[in-house]
Design a protein around this ligand. Structure first.
Ligand SMILES: CC(C)(COP(=O)(O)OP(=O)(O)OC[C@H]1O[C@@H](n2cnc3c(N)ncnc32)[C@H](O)[C@@H]1OP(=O)(O)O)[C@@H](O)C(=O)NCCC(=O)NCCS
Length: 234
């Protein structure tokens, strides 16, 4: 792992990514349900990471059943997240600002916006951006119209379940209605496709996002998400 490039690979039902800036950190995302994961295999993967200098492994935001699996093999709570859902039962107002489909050439701008809005821990690199877009069978990536993107939203759909995967507006353009327009565009796209529920998660202290989601009809759920952490030295 003596490389400046982040490494991504899948093994034993989990996807691993090393941090490009801090090589002692790695991120783990389950790609199989917990009943299909083998504790011994995941532990072997963790030991291999530790032998290669990784000190801390963080899970993606996972639900309670997955949390139990990872706690049983030595992971601990790193951060709790809020999970919100929207039942799309009411009519969604039309976006007040126009948006367009993002092109591949918009991706560097999208990564810049992402880096300017999320802390390093949550930031996408090019590979994780592609993974987020491909995480569901159908997805929609929108940006504002105009010469260069100032904000973007990634929305996913799997059957009749929707996910607001990512939303960000560059700090210099926040507060002018783009975030709300991107959310309403996403909700209308999902409603047209007869999705019955949309999920989104956010950090507990992200008051701006929470207010935006609640004012567009999302409600907080009791079953939150969490990021867990495994420490090699414990
Ligand atoms: C959340 C975010 C996308 C909102 O984008 P935005 O373009 O600034 O949002 P809008 O201008 O459309 O405002 C929408 C609502 O957000 C809330 N909001 C916006 N700015 C706010 C602020 N400074 N303080 C509190 N609430 C605020 C308000 O409820 C606002 O409603 P209003 O239009 O009735 O005032 C943007 O702040 C952002 O990129 N944040 C960092 C990344 C992030 O948190 N992403 C989502 C969580 S995963």
């Amino acid at each position: 792992m003596s490389t400046d490039q982040p490494l991504h690979w899948s093994s034993n039902g989990v996807r691993i990514r090393t941090d490009s800036q801090c090589q002692s950190d790695a991120y783990l995302r389950p790609i199989l349900p917990p009943r299909k994961l083998r504790p011994d295999e995941i532990k072997t993967t963790l030991q291999l990471l530790a032998q290669n200098g990784v000190q801390r492994v963080f899970t993606s935001a996972i639900r309670s059943r997955e949390q139990s699996f990872f706690r049983d093999i030595g992971f601990e709570l790193h951060e709790e997240l809020l999970l919100l859902s929207h039942d799309l039962s009411a009519q969604i107002p039309a976006p007040t600002r126009p948006t367009r489909r993002a092109q591949r050439s918009d991706r560097p701008h999208i990564l810049d916006i992402d880096a300017s809005t999320f802390s390093q821990f949550w930031q996408f690199d090019a590979i994780s951006l592609t993974e987020a877009i491909k995480a569901t069978p159908r997805s929609r990536v929108r940006v504002n119209t105009g010469p260069s993107p100032q904000g973007f939203a990634i929305t996913g759909r799997s059957g009749r379940q929707g996910f607001l995967q990512r939303l960000a507006v560059h700090p210099t353009h926040q507060g002018s209605g783009l975030g709300r327009a991107l959310v309403t565009d996403a909700l209308r796209w999902l409603q047209k496709r007869r999705v019955y529920e949309v999920l989104v998660n956010t950090q507990i202290e992200n008051v701006t996002a929470l207010e935006l989601y609640e004012s567009t009809g999302f409600v907080q759920r009791n079953d939150g998400l969490a990021v867990l952490r495994w420490d090699a030295k414990r």
